[in-house]
Design a protein. Structure first.
Length: 352
């Protein structure tokens, strides 16, 4: 990963709540452990966090309640002031930015969606979506034109004059998403945006989110405690525990090569077919192979299993550059489905 690919990064970010937090971190050769933090009467909400978010990726931060994931995201946008560390956004250290500079960055370059929709009840859908542009001082005609475009984008065209009370929960969340997109953000923060929705609507919103990202290709930091949701949406995932980032990787890497027992326990219920990709189990490409069709290297085995199993011939596996990188056949798919694959699959993929 080159530096030019990185949109947002943090190094050694801490958020300790309580008196004497900065003093505990000052002039130390090694960072304090959790026992030392607790003994000092402090709460270690975020501990020595390092991460890099790439341009255009969906980066998910997940963990159980109290793991520090929401606090970390609020530190990244400086809605909460970190106790220590460095946060770089397009190379600019946000911890050196003035309060006024941060207000402008959040208004113009960051979009935020939270679990609670926080729609303004006295404004229509159009008014709610246009509101952040009004705060920016955009003239009425321009802000309403932009608002109408994003309302159409999230599938609410025709409901511009509705009030929040007249919308379903899923529709209200779409308004919240549209409002955050209206500012045309460089980076998009979403903190458990679908957790208040019932399961069917939540699934619909995940599908809508995938569709939006295929169109917009935003850089996204997404918070969830649901691993099934994470593997549907994520390019990469960071798992947190007790304020610390335990492991960062693709869904496949986390399931097949957990770094700790905690990550293994966190991911053990996930069927491998949900996370393993065609690229991780393909064999070498053979010129002149009699193929039934093509699949993408990034396609999950669970999504292509029926297609490949029923074909009777292998499929070409196409890499991100559009080249034929390998072959996948019914046996490779069945091996994944019955659990006959091992860690070597992931290693082979990384080597390729």
């Amino acid at each position: 990963m080159s530096q030019s690919d990185i949109k947002l990064s943090c190094r050694g970010v801490w958020k300790l709540f309580g008196n004497g937090a900065e003093a505990l971190l000052k002039d130390r050769s090694t960072p304090p452990n959790l026992d030392e933090i607790n003994a000092a009467g402090l709460i270690g909400a975020v501990r020595d966090a390092d991460l890099d978010v790439r341009q255009g990726e969906i980066f998910i931060i997940m963990g159980l309640s109290g793991s520090g994931k929401s606090t970390l995201v609020r530190c990244l946008s400086r809605l909460i002031e970190p106790t220590a560390g460095q946060i770089l956004f397009d190379g600019q250290d946000l911890l050196r930015a003035s309060d006024l500079e941060m207000i402008e960055i959040r208004r113009h370059r960051m979009g935020m969606v939270f679990q609670h929709f926080a729609l303004l009840p006295h404004l229509t859908v159009l008014g709610n979506v246009a509101f952040p542009l009004e705060v920016q001082g955009v003239d009425r005609k321009s802000r309403e034109e932009r608002a109408r475009r994003v309302i159409e984008l999230v599938g609410l065209e025709g409901r511009e004059a509705y009030y929040p009370r007249e919308l379903s929960g899923g529709q209200q969340q779409r308004v919240g998403i549209a409002r955050s997109l209206a500012v045309e953000p460089d980076i998009w923060f979403l903190d458990e945006p679908f957790s208040a929705l019932d399961p069917l609507i939540r699934r619909e919103m995940q599908d809508e989110f995938i569709r939006l990202q295929s169109v917009l290709k935003k850089t996204i930091v997404f918070i969830t405690h649901d691993f099934d949701e994470a593997i549907r949406l994520a390019d990469r995932i960071a798992i947190m525990k007790d304020g610390a980032i335990i492991q960062t990787g693709t869904p496949e890497e986390l399931v097949l090569a957990p770094a700790t027992d905690y990550v293994a326990e966190f991911t053990h219920h996930i069927p491998r077919a949900k996370v393993m990709t065609a690229g991780s189990v393909m064999s070498a490409w053979r010129e002149g192979a009699d193929i039934a069709g093509e699949v993408k290297a990034a396609d999950r085995i669970g999504d292509i299993a029926d297609q490949v199993e029923s074909a009777g011939r292998p499929f070409a596996v196409i890499d991100a550059d559009g080249n034929r990188a390998g072959l996948i056949d019914a046996r490779a798919v069945i091996d994944v489905l019955v659990g006959r694959t091992g860690h070597h699959d992931l290693t082979a993929n990384e080597a390729g």
